[in-house]
Write a protein that binds this ligand. Sequence first.
Ligand SMILES: Cc1cc2nc3c(=O)[nH]c(=O)nc-3n(C[C@H](O)[C@H](O)[C@H](O)COP(=O)(O)OP(=O)(O)OC[C@H]3O[C@@H](n4cnc5c(N)ncnc54)[C@H](O)[C@@H]3O)c2cc1C
Length: 401
Amino acid sequence: MRFKLYASGVESRHAQEKNMKPIVIVGTGLAGYTLAREWRKHDQTRPLVMITNDDGAFYSKPMLSNALAQSKTAADLATANATKMAGDLNADIKTRTRVARLEPDARRINTDAGEVVDYHKLVLAVGASPIRLSLAGDAADQVLSVNNLTDYACFRQHLSGKQNVLVMGPGLIGCEFANDLIGDGYTVTVVGPDATPLGRMLPEAAGEQLKAALESLGVRWELTNTVSSINKQDKQLRVQLDNNRVLSADLVLSAVGLRPNTELAQRAGLVVSRGIKVDRMLRTSNENIFALGDCAEVAGLVLPYVMPLMNAARALAKTLAGDPTPVTYPVMPVVIKTPACPVVVQPPPAETPGQWHIENREAGIVARFLGEQNELLGFALTAGAVAEKSILMKEVPPLLV
Ligand SMILES: Cc1cc2nc3c(=O)[nH]c(=O)nc-3n(C[C@H](O)[C@H](O)[C@H](O)COP(=O)(O)OP(=O)(O)OC[C@H]3O[C@@H](n4cnc5c(N)ncnc54)[C@H](O)[C@@H]3O)c2cc1C
């Protein structure tokens, strides 16, 4: 009798689950998978469908720019495949499937395989794509960029037997790759328009220190300069710069920035700006559709880093489970993975009046961005001075309280 009661309870739960429309998450990057994990802590019942146009393997994307010197392959970086993730998350994960169209009024999505999936709530975690510069030359299409495991596998394959790598873009990703490549024995030249590396994030003195540290390992810089054309020349590439200088390279890696993937949302009539616009509840202009991660613009902020998406995932998980929770952003400094000169930066909010104040200590640079009332709004630390991070973090106001 007891068994029968139990069995019928299970049956009715299964019947209930069958009738429930799923939460659908598009994207299985860190944003999609972190949200799924967090949400499952609150809801073990409702079906979960995840759709991705890659193979659904779980990996930590920041590892892509420091994996070469550790001799890691793409397979080494993938810590769980889609089948394992589906089991762990009690989810149906559709891999190699692109979501082609959203139908917000009907609350369903269409895949490129012709499948239609109904949803209770939809979450877009579709990431960002590398910006491709329009360059002249018959080898312009050979430029590589690395934004996922497949790109990384392709990059490694192209590097085989090569020596000279030209990196376009002296920003975070460009500098990390430069450090990684030189650590793996390649010859590296970095080209970019700024006067110092990470020019948009760091005060000049900190950028200069990073530049000198990478230079001491052999990195060559072509700054205040850009690439204008790339042509084939025997087995090499002939890279022409704006100042007419010509460089030879075996391979060109572009790290000039990422643009949030907004097309799917835009075509469905959702409001987009720099990213898919969402409020503090991570809700788009449609009440049943949410967005987070690199594709989202959260309360006016586009922060394509891991910490913001983790905070967003924790809040959204609660909201989706019936406990409406606005996202909060604490102070989240960005750690730049350049072992030649470690850097930590908390950029001041965009367009905020104020000035950098530089202290050149023996251990490294401590740069404070002070506002008009002398209040600390951001900081940058280099080399041994990165140890000051936790002290300065306490003085900077959080981004979203
Ligand atoms: C080389 C590199 C180094 C980095 N280092 C750091 C670091 O040190 N610290 C830090 O904080 N941040 C770092 N970042 C940034 C950080 O990795 C990203 O912010 C984060 O991984 C973004 O995760 P995401 O899930 O939003 O996007 P993604 O990982 O890009 O995931 C997007 C997902 O959406 C899927 N998708 C897209 N469109 C569709 C569609 N139409 N249909 C189906 N699926 C679709 C894709 O297949 C993918 O699964 C780095 C980034 C890079 C590229």
